[in-house]
Write a protein that binds this ligand. Structure first.
Ligand SMILES: [Zn+2]
Length: 504
């Protein structure tokens, strides 16, 4: 992608270029997208971020957010300019200390032109000063900043960052975070990781959070409001920090009865997935009107509606399973969503069996039998569902069914070795569905291409069930709904609604 301008007729103009190093002609703009075919403008080309430092102030009354984000990155090509993804109003950008030119373009691109071009492999520090009212900013016609009566929340998938910090917004560029937010006294600011410090001055309290392990941009979260914060430590030694809006009304008890089990569930999941990968665990329940939950790293986001029908430990299992499958090992591209959702759903199946509310096989049989061959459910390919079907029920339910099929094909010993080995194999990194296939073949010693093709990539109902009785293949066979089913489904019902709200 290097643009060389070598035009002999332009020699006269060459004198105008004398201020630019001779090699500068090979410098080109970084791509406005990182190369994800599902979302062509998400993320950016030409650099790799290692750390985000956010120092912000937020006024809940007016939804005004202001502050500075400092980004540490390294260039991966010769750059004349590069993009960040961001929607708020920028007042100044500096690159390596020098003021840089900037302009907004496309739906959410902030195009930055540094004073001098940047050679490949250069460490860069980008400082962006900004302010704005996030609830007034839209891209593609939607807004992911959720206002609440006493504040706001940033927690959404696949995009939430544009409304509160400039970033390379794609899960393939993970980084560590320091998030420091000043809010009026009496209000709290919740984010990922550990609370490093709080300080109060002139009516404002500053909360400083640190995520010391790599984190995808969509897993960074911020909640501002009046919260009750609880702390503890799991039997396995994992510190837990949870937060509940003081405004949860009748959902308060069920929310606490679910999320307060975080430590217990983290320890239980560690038996299957290996040691918990982060410095803290926890969740928060703000007073939003949204309906979904999201695996925001170390501090899971739960909508109060998740608990409107009573406590649901199953959704807590789902989101905490993501801490290994999704957060520790993140997807390479959004087409790899099965790596996240198939496994988080399968963790719910394991929990169901643990609770005596239906075995994994009963759940697999139920999913298989309850969708006839002509059900559009089977046209969704969990291994590459397309952006419109990325959060379709089939990605979750057929996705978990594929995992049961794998288990039956390789046997329990190999299966549980794969389940536990995968987070170690790609710790704090990124991986694709193809990487998982290779890993499962390597650990089990079995050829699995045809199995994965059948369960993840064919737009049709597999002829034989995943380990269940052959009679399941008959259209007339009915399977009783396992007791755990409705709570399992609740974990992704809200996510589908959220995607529909965006017009997907
Ligand atoms: Zn999920």
């Amino acid at each position: 992608m290097h643009r060389r301008i070598i035009a002999p007729g332009a020699l006269a103009a060459a004198s105008l270029l004398l201020a630019i190093p001779a090699s500068a002609a090979s410098y080109s703009p970084g791509a406005p997208g990182i190369g994800d075919p599902y979302y062509p403008y998400y993320g950016n080309g030409g650099y790799d971020v290692s750390h985000y430092d956010l120092r912000l102030q937020y006024q809940p009354k007016t939804d005004e957010l202001q502050g500075t984000t400092t980004i540490l990155a390294k260039t991966t090509q010769d750059l004349s300019s590069f993009d960040l993804d961001f929607l708020l109003d920028v007042s100044e950008v500096r690159v390596n200390g020098a003021k840089a030119a900037f302009t907004h373009s496309q739906q959410h691109e902030l195009v930055i032109t540094p004073k001098t071009p940047l050679a490949k492999g250069t460490p860069i520090t980008v400082v962006v000063r900004y302010s704005g009212v996030p609830s007034t900013k839209t891209a593609y016609g939607f807004n992911s900043w959720h206002r609440t009566p006493d504040g706001a929340v940033a927690a959404d998938e696949p995009e939430a960052a544009w409304w509160w910090f400039p970033s390379n917004d794609h899960p393939s560029d993970k980084a560590t975070y320091d998030v420091s937010v000043a809010v009026p006294d009496g209000t709290q600011a919740i984010s990922n990781g550990t609370l490093q410090a709080t300080s109060s001055k002139l009516g404002w309290t500053r909360y400083s959070w640190r995520q010391n392990k790599p984190q995808a941009t969509y897993l960074a979260t911020l909640a501002i409001g009046k919260f009750d914060i609880t702390t503890g430590t799991s039997d396995g030694g994992v510190p837990v920090i949870n937060a509940y809006s003081k405004d949860l009304g009748d959902n308060d008890g069920a929310a606490r009865a679910s999320v307060e089990r975080t430590g217990e569930i983290v320890d239980w999941l560690s038996n299957y997935f290996g040691p918990y990968p982060f410095s803290t665990a926890g969740g928060y329940v703000p007073n939003t009107t949204t309906g979904y939950a999201l695996e925001t790293q170390t501090r899971v986001y739960y909508s109060p509606k998740q608990f409107a029908k009573g406590a649901n430990a199953s959704v807590v299992v789902h989101e905490l399973a993501h801490q290994w499958y999704g957060d520790d090992v993140s997807l390479k591209g959004w087409k790899d969503i099965w790596i996240n959702e198939g496994f988080a759903t399968y963790a719910q199946w394991l929990w169901s069996e643990h609770e005596g509310e239906g075995t994994t096989q009963e759940l697999a049989d139920y999913v298989y039998a309850s969708h006839p061959a002509d059900d559009p459910f089977w046209t969704v390919k969990p291994g590459d569902p397309g952006p419109d079907k990325q959060f379709d029920a089939a990605v979750y339910d057929r996705g978990a069914l594929a995992i049961q099929a794998l288990r039956k094909a390789v046997g329990d010993d190999a299966f549980f070795a794969i389940l536990k080995g995968w987070p170690q194999e790609h710790a704090y990194g990124n991986a694709s569905v193809a990487d998982f296939e290779r890993y499962a073949e390597q650990v089990s010693g079995k050829p699995l291409a045809s199995l994965f093709d059948t369960w993840l990539f064919q737009p049709s109902k597999p002829a034989a069930p995943a380990g269940g009785a052959a009679s399941l293949a008959k259209a007339s066979t009915k399977v009783a709904q396992p007791k755990s089913w409705k709570k399992i489904e609740a974990a992704h019902d809200g996510q589908e609604a959220a995607q529909e709200a965006r017009g997907r």
